[in-house]
Design a protein around this ligand. Structure first.
Ligand code: SF4
Ligand code: SF4
Ligand code: SF4
Length: 325
């Protein structure tokens, strides 16, 4: 990254800041509108297929219907399922759970299940009151931050900023040191731990925003596979406008909890290349509410370390002079 007053924080054109000439392509990114995600997980599957990401860690958590758990080296897109005792507009999921922590999860006990269904059914056919229960579904991914700490701390140059303003790992240059893993404020990047025989075990892995597809003018695989257009791909500036218009539309429809995440160039990472429309607080989706690029404090830390070193040297010199008298 070349020097500049906003090189470590604040609004900046990341592609120009990385040294690309003025004729670089427009910055590309995602607008993920979680209000229309149906949780089909086609995006997860498309990502795995296109990028040859191993299919591992699929099992039920017993706390959610989500079976892919989290973003990690083998999960570059992750669709979170969040169950809440809240109603979303006119949504009727057809469930009347007694407690959100006691969901009717799939079970091997058919007798219990039959009883539970019979308990919930109304013999008169009257749907009754709408349940105060809703699903929040959100397809998470690398944010392709304007100020990407993962990229800043990489000692080998394996992580680089592309001409599209995105952040990509080069598998053949990464040495697996793992500095990027704790540097990411979103917990996105991760070293691959297996399975046996998989490629790039030990190497840092994450979404590339399908760099190979972008270079030939193609849409990323996840966005292309999404049947509801919950994942929208395009120029970041245009996506920001589209996202704001969608929030206004939802507010007009009475969904006042709708809000944007990652769209503000003045936030702690200078805005993200992947922005999200959420229907609740970011924490509900597992997003940090106020992310800050972990390298933003470097100048401050350097000044403090320099001041401490100068003080130490001055103290040593004074002690030496005092002893000679
Ligand atoms: S979200 Fe994390 S891994 Fe992705 S670009 Fe930002 S710092 Fe890097
Ligand atoms: S952009 Fe490509 S690499 Fe990133 S999540 Fe989508 S399919 Fe996977
Ligand atoms: S493909 Fe689209 S609708 Fe299906 S889970 Fe992914 S984001 Fe949601």
């Amino acid at each position: 990254m070349i020097g500049g007053k906003n090189s470590l924080y604040g609004p900046v054109n990341p592609t120009a800041d990385a040294g690309y000439s003025a004729d670089h392509p427009a910055r590309k990114g995602f607008f993920t509108d979680t209000s229309i995600c149906i949780g089909c997980k086609a995006c997860e599957v498309a990502c795995k297929e296109w990028n040859d990401v191993p299919a591992t860690h699929f099992d039920m958590t017993a706390t959610s219907y989500d079976n892919s758990h989290s973003l990690n080296a083998n999960q570059w897109r992750h669709v979170a399922f969040i169950e809440q005792r809240k109603q979303l507009g006119a949504q009727d999921p057809g469930m009347r759970p007694p407690e959100v922590t006691d969901l009717p999860m799939p079970t091997m006990r058919p007798t219990d299940t039959a009883e539970a269904v019979a308990d919930q059914a109304d013999p008169t056919g009257d749907p009754g009151e709408k349940p105060d229960f809703r699903w929040l579904m959100s397809s998470d991914v690398c944010k392709h931050c304007t100020h990407a700490a993962c990229l800043d701390v990489c000692p080998t140059g394996s992580l680089f900023r592309t001409e599209f303003g995105t952040v990509v790992v080069q598998d053949d240059i990464c040495n697996g040191c793992g500095y990027c893993v704790p540097a990411c404020p979103y917990g996105v990047i991760d070293r691959r731990k297996g399975p046996d025989g998989a490629s790039n075990v030990g190497i840092a892995q994450k979404c590339t925003l399908c760099y190979d597809r972008l270079t030939v003018g193609e849409t990323p695989a996840c966005a292309k596979s999404c049947p509801t257009q919950s994942i929208q791909f395009g120029d970041v500036e245009e996506l920001r406008e589209r996202a704001s218009a969608r929030v206004a539309q939802l507010h007009q429809a009475g969904i006042m909890d709708a809000r944007l995440y990652g769209n503000d160039p003045h936030d702690g990472v200078g805005g993200a290349g992947s922005m999200f429309l959420l229907l609740d607080e970011p924490e509900v989706y597992g997003f940090p509410p106020d992310p800050v690029v972990t390298t933003a404090d470097l100048p401050h830390m350097f000044r403090r370390a320099t001041a401490a070193a100068v003080t130490l040297l001055a103290g040593g010199a004074l002690a030496f002079v005092g002893r000679r008298r």
